[in-house]
Design a protein around this ligand. Structure first.
Ligand code: NDP
Length: 285
């Protein structure tokens, strides 16, 4: 990696951040683009996030920032303006300097949508979808799918109140048809059997010994099962879904595409996605 004392600084706010693949991916993109820049992790507790954001305002060589767990929602209040997507999702993963002000963006949803289109040739319009989870990623995915015109969204979550709250927001803000259910709701099995897309947006599967987040016998052949988890590359959910004749996709494409969009917002140029993908695959291995 080459950079000079005039380098632009790009940062990733999170806690923890050690596990993140973004530094490998974004530094590869900077290098490939010939940009004098450096992308570094900045581990920060929530209580200190406002101070960290204030310091960005005084940094003359600020290039851009990403925000990851658990700060995506808290960071909304720390920027000056939001993109429409970030406002709908209520969370940001990208910060851009615009004329002395900080703009908050959320590229997770568009990264997910592009991955669905390009890697699975799946167009969500008019199709029923089930989303497992109701955290930040589920929120970005639900809003994006609703805006893309899915027929119905069933949000299934361990804490039922969060699922219901998310469904209410999506219905109110986007005019979609979403319903929030608990994991043991008797209506859930039929809804999973009848859907075209199942998205795992829970953290169940991050540990390689985790079981699938729902009963895999509910998954019908031909359904697209998308697990947002990218490490491990194949979760128990994807393994079981594949055995049942489902189409399967892991979260690496979403990670790549959300990162590519962030890079473009910061620099105004498209990154080398091939360099980013290679860096990701190497970092995972
Ligand atoms: P959050 O912490 O905001 O949400 C976690 C979700 O997982 C909640 O719905 C939570 O349910 C559920 N959950 C956690 N543990 C359990 C459990 N034991 N049983 C059932 N449900 C559980 O995380 P994010 O939304 O930010 O991330 C979710 C996943 O998406 C992560 O695995 C993350 O790696 C992945 N991700 C991938 C991205 C990509 O680019 N591919 C981008 C962003 C995220 P409850 O509400 O009941 O606690």
């Amino acid at each position: 990696m080459r950079f000079t004392a005039a380098a632009k600084l790009f940062v990733l706010f999170g806690d923890p951040v050690e596990h993140s693949l973004s530094p490998a991916m974004q530094n590869a993109a900077l290098q490939e683009a010939g940009i004098d820049g450096l992308y570094i992790p900045w581990r920060v507790k929530g209580a200190n996030l406002p101070t960290a954001f204030e310091s960005l305002r005084g940094m003359e060589n600020f290039g851009g920032a990403n925000v990851t767990l658990p700060h995506k929602e808290q960071a909304v209040a720390l920027v000056d303006t939001l993109t429409p997507e970030a406002a709908s999702v209520g969370a940001i993963n990208t910060v851009v300097a615009r004329g002395g002000r900080l703009l908050g963006a959320n590229t997770d949803g568009q990264g997910f949508l592009r991955s669905l289109h390009e890697e699975a040739d799946f167009l969500p319009r008019g199709k029923p979808a089930v989303i497992l989870g109701a955290g930040g990623a589920a929120r970005a995915v639900s809003v994006t799918l609703a805006e893309a015109g899915v027929k119905e969204i069933v949000i299934v979550n361990r804490a039922i109140e969060r699922a219901q709250l998310l469904a209410e927001c999506v219905n109110r803000d986007i005019g979609a048809s979403a319903i929030g259910l608990g994991l043991d709701d008797p209506r859930m099995p039929a809804m999973v059997r009848d859907c075209a897309l199942v998205v795992n947006a829970t953290s169940v599967g991050l540990n390689p010994s985790d079981p699938p987040p729902i009963d895999p016998t509910l998954l019908q052949p031909g359904v697209l099962v998308y697990d947002l988890i990218y490490r491990p590359r194949e979760t128990a959910l994807l393994r079981e879904a594949k055995k049942r004749g489902c189409r399967v996709l892991g979260g690496l494409g979403m990670l790549l595409y959300q990162g590519a969009l962030a890079f473009e917002l910061w620099t105004g140029q498209k990154p080398s996605e091939e360099a980013m993908r290679q860096a990701l695959v190497a970092a995972i291995a």
